[in-house]
Design a protein around this ligand. Structure first.
Ligand code: B12
Length: 206
């Protein structure tokens, strides 16, 4: 296991940012660091599920990850990129996880997308209103909780009811989301990381 994964899994508030700075200075790919942090977060989640960690530790892992994401962000920028179009992004209703969503948003922006980020716990109608207002052709939904699959379904249905479904591609992602949730909700595709999100959004606007 990498130092970064271990430090995040063990919530090392001082060692982790120092290690990230050190590895960036040594020329390590920031996307690799991001992937190692995500691995660390999975371990935090497992420790929480095993009752070794508490909600306070989840909160701490969130603070720590955001600190690392801020260190990585300038390194993820890709210079001058071609404008690719608009994406409406948000975490679905009843879910307040925003770390993955923010990383997806930053990567989309770095790749040339204009991102309308609606935040967390977003009701279906708010997504629809934003699609109408922005004329975006892609809707990206983040969902970390199995209890919120119905929020994905409700959002897809709200887009259908608004008459926009034919013009808008809906991509989903976040920890537990997979092909079965695509089938369940009627979304178009899912991705497992922020690079997938970029690839899916690029595919959707073609
Ligand atoms: C940090 C954390 C929290 C923090 C969140 C802080 C924040 N600002 O986001 C806090 C403390 C708020 C929290 C609360 C809760 N949490 Co929580 N949390 C986590 C933890 C440890 C890490 C999540 C994370 O940030 N990962 C790192 C990011 C980078 O990864 P990611 O979100 O998956 O995003 C990546 C990809 O999935 C993808 N992606 C994400 N979105 C999208 C969208 C698209 C379109 C695409 C293509 C890709 C994509 O790209 C991202 C970058 O690579 C996870 C463990 C885990 N395995 O995920 C549990 C976890 C998600 N939480 C869990 C639970 C149960 C809860 C609580 C119910 C706990 C409680 N009893 O109160 C509450 C729910 C609150 C709510 N209503 O939302 C469970 C969910 C179980 C389940 N399957 O339903 C998990 C899995 C822990 C566990 N193993 O039990 N949590």
């Amino acid at each position: 296991m990498s130092n970064i994964t271990t430090y995040l899994a063990e919530l090392k508030m001082e060692e982790l940012p120092q290690e990230v700075e050190k590895e960036l200075a040594a020329g390590k790919d920031p996307k690799e660091i991001l992937a190692e942090c995500q691995e660390g977060m999975v371990i935090v989640g497992e420790k929480f599920a095993n009752e070794e960690y508490y909600v306070s530790d989840l909160i701490m892992s969130g603070v720590l990850f955001k600190e690392v994401a801020a260190l990585l962000e300038p390194h993820l920028k890709q210079g001058d990129v071609e404008y690719k179009g608009k994406v409406v992004l948000g975490t679905v209703e009843n879910d307040v996880h925003d770390i993955g969503k923010d990383i997806v948003g930053n990567m989309l922006k770095a790749s040339g997308f204009e991102v309308v980020d609606l935040g967390v716990d977003v009701p279906p109608q708010k997504f629809v209103d934003a699609l109408k207002e922005s004329d975006a052709k892609v809707l990206a939904l983040s969902c970390l909780l199995a209890s919120c699959y119905d929020s994905i379904l409700a959002t897809v249905n709200a887009v259908k009811d608004s008459g926009l479904r034919d013009q808008v591609k809906i991509v989903i992602g976040g920890g537990p989301v997979d092909e079965t949730i695509v089938d369940y909700s009627g979304a178009d595709a899912y991705g497992v990381n922020a690079q997938d999100a970029v690839d899916l959004c690029e595919g959707a606007i073609k």
